[in-house]
Design a protein around this ligand. Structure first.
Ligand SMILES: NC(=O)c1ccc[n+]([C@@H]2O[C@H](COP(=O)([O-])OP(=O)(O)OC[C@H]3O[C@@H](n4cnc5c(N)ncnc54)[C@H](O)[C@@H]3O)[C@@H](O)[C@H]2O)c1
Length: 434
């Protein structure tokens, strides 16, 4: 039972792509000199301090030596385990203290072995021989002793930043690797709450296009699945997760499930929201509590659960959905308080988490056409089209917003290049606010 043709690459992407740039020769299916291209990309990624997995089924001795030399040049402590004869199966890696993959990893994963997923005890993937025995490692590769030909552990020498999404991280002339789906699974994982519909669904779709694997989290798991189907139909990777963001047990379970099924989340978009509008004198305690619980407690619980993955990887992006109502809005004492609170939360996250490579920003949308604004129109007894026209007449760009307008801004905030923008609130309202 070899891994070749039986999902090895899928396994590698599922288990390692969240924390490493996976470089496979399959990225250049028709190219000549694919090995040289692969080595060039590996060299670039290592030079950037990225963790790299080389997914290469049966490297030639020259190929192997070149990859290991690259790792050495980059100061990556390579440890190797060799199985089988001839050395068709090899895992060259340095194993970290934990499974959190803080360390660079160069692996050459091959055919006649069974890859065993990271266990909590060991914390790192290892190879079990299915066919062939351990002949002992070639001396030029090994810097540590092997343990019965099975696993070799090594110490981490440095903690690099995380891998870029593969779709965006692999550069090669003549090959457009920028679209999701062309290189297989993306290597970063995003959670979008309230993503069954509206702004959240548009954001989930956009982040999938950007190369993220997306956890589509919502109270309404059924509808979350339809967002997932749209992402998958477009060639992306997503997981529907039913959870109430205001319930700590559900949040912890959801984030743990996402980490194990999609990979460690390093992007969180706190978007789930509800309205319970009423004039203050008519507002019930439950109207107040529900809004506070979903927006504030929900964002707090989700962020607390997700941040540990970001800190482990020394990279993260948090985006909170505030609102122009944070500036005050008649009939929304609860909602405007919660949305203003989210701005303070965002700034504090930026201050506390910045040193771990994590940014936090807030988006304060104006009128966006979604079920939420439609429900407001219904409650006021105004046809939605008229409601939209009325709102547009007050907006400098003379239109109301679409969910995609907000998704675009989220895409910016979570991008690699936005690392120096943190603690900001951007009003996306078709005109000046604040
Ligand atoms: N639409 C607008 O004009 C507008 C303007 C400013 C801010 N916002 C904010 O943007 C966000 C998205 O708004 P929208 O218009 O897309 O809303 P929407 O009502 O269309 O979608 C909200 C989603 O959140 C989910 N949700 C609600 N409570 C939840 C909970 N406890 N746990 C998990 N999921 C839950 C809902 O099931 C729904 O799918 C909200 O935070 C909202 O306050 C919207």
């Amino acid at each position: 039972m070899g891994l070749q043709g039986s999902g090895k690459s899928t396994w590698v992407r599922r288990h390692l792509a969240a924390t490493h740039a996976v470089v496979s020769k399959d990225h250049w299916p028709n190219a000549r000199r694919r090995e040289a291209r692969q080595q060039r990309v590996v060299a670039e990624l290592l030079a950037e301090g990225r963790s790299v997995v080389v997914d290469n089924t049966n490297p030639s001795p020259d190929d192997r030596a070149a990859l290991v030399a690259l790792a050495r040049q980059a100061g990556v402590p390579v440890r190797a385990v060799w199985f089988a004869t001839p050395p068709e199966v090899c895992l060259a890696r340095n194993a970290g203290r934990t499974g959190r993959a803080r360390v660079p990893l160069v692996g050459v994963l091959a055919t006649r072995a069974r890859l065993v997923p990271p266990s909590t005890a060991e914390g790192f993937a290892h190879v079990e021989v299915v066919d062939g025995g351990p002949p002992g490692p070639p001396p030029d590769l090994v810097t540590g002793a092997s343990t019965g030909g099975r696993n070799v552990s090594g110490a981490a020498r440095r903690a690099p930043g995380p891998s870029a999404p593969v779709a965006a991280g692999i550069r090669d002339e003549g090959n457009d690797m920028s679209e999701a789906g062309t290189t297989g699974a993306p290597s970063r994982v995003a959670i979008v709450t309230g993503a069954a519909r509206g702004i959240g669904a548009a954001t989930a779709l956009r982040l999938a296009q950007d190369g993220f694997a997306v956890a589509v989290l919502d109270l309404d798991e059924g509808q979350a699945k339809s967002t997932v189907e749209q992402i998958e139909a477009a060639g992306g990777r997503a997981l529907a997760v039913g959870a109430d963001v205001s319930d700590s047990e559900q949040v912890e379970a959801a984030v743990a499930r996402i980490a194990s099924e999609l990979g460690a989340p390093t992007v969180l978009v706190n978007n789930a929201g509800v309205l319970r509008d009423n004039m203050l004198f008519k507002m019930s305690e439950s109207d107040w509590d529900i809004v506070m619980n979903v927006h504030l407690r929900g964002a707090f619980l989700m962020t607390r659960a997700a941040q540990k993955h970001m800190i482990d990887q020394k990279w993260g992006r948090i985006v909170n959905l505030s609102s122009t109502s944070a500036l005050g809005n008649r009939g929304q004492a609860n909602y405007s308080t919660a949305k203003a609170g989210l701005q303070g939360f965002t700034k504090t996250l930026a201050i506390e988490l910045g040193k771990f490579g994590v940014t936090a920003n807030a988006i304060a949308p104006g009128f966006i056409e979604t079920e939420m604004t439609k429900a407001t129109a219904d409650r006021m007894g105004i046809p939605f089209d008229d409601f939209i026209k009325g709102a547009a007449s007050q907006i400098p760009v003379a239109r109301t917003g679409k969910p995609e307008d907000i998704a675009h801004l989220v895409s910016f905030f979570v991008s690699e290049g936005a690392g120096f923008v943190s603690g900001q609130v951007v009003y996306a309202a078709g005109g000046p606010k604040a």
